[in-house]
Design a protein around this ligand. Structure first.
Ligand SMILES: [Cu+2]
Length: 171
């Protein structure tokens, strides 16, 4: 008499495998799609800033495109989900160049505390440096008619992909 062998475990493996594959495919599809444009119909004001969340990862910004309204006040909620320090530098080309030079002069070291990088006063822009796992909230008023860029200026990070597109719309 031949013993009956249950095929149930095999089915579980096949179904589970198919599910895992479809989740990976779905994840890749979602990652490849640009994030939907946020609702910009009610820009933030000084008394009522619009909340904008940005997650920093090794080595990219999430979302990869930042939508801002010219003149509005936003409250950035920043979180470093990476395992290394990251920096949120928002500003024009002058701001970017200043922080690039400052960070190149004092890069963060693993087992030492470097002197804090700084730029001359009056450079403007916004710069937040966050260690791994840290979060920060900062209020910012979007300047009118200044082309903004968002980068992590820690040495090598922009080259690895820590550059976000900033789209400033007028209302
Ligand atoms: Cu970085």
């Amino acid at each position: 008499v031949q013993p009956r062998i249950s095929r149930a475990p095999l089915l579980v493996v096949i179904v589970g495998g198919l599910l895992a594959i479809s989740l990976v495919v779905l994840g890749a599809k979602l990652a490849g799609q640009p994030a939907p444009t946020p609702d910009l119909s009610s820009p933030g004001t000084a008394g009522h800033p619009r909340a904008v969340s940005v997650i920093m990862r090794d080595y990219l910004f999430n979302p990869s495109t930042l939508y801002l309204v010219s003149g509005e006040t936003v409250e950035f909620h920043l979180f470093n989900a990476g395992i290394v320090s990251h920096e949120f530098v928002l500003g024009d080309a002058v701001v970017q160049a200043a922080w690039r030079a400052a960070d190149a002069a004092t890069p963060p070291a693993a087992f030492a505390t470097p002197p804090p990088a700084s730029v001359p006063p009056g450079i403007g822009g916004l710069r937040v440096l966050l260690p791994s796992g840290a979060s920060g909230t900062v209020t910012y008023t979007v300047p009118a008619s200044v082309p903004l860029e968002l980068l992590c200026q820690l040495p090598g990070h922009a080259e690895r992909g820590m550059v976000a597109e900033v789209v400033t719309v007028s209302r």
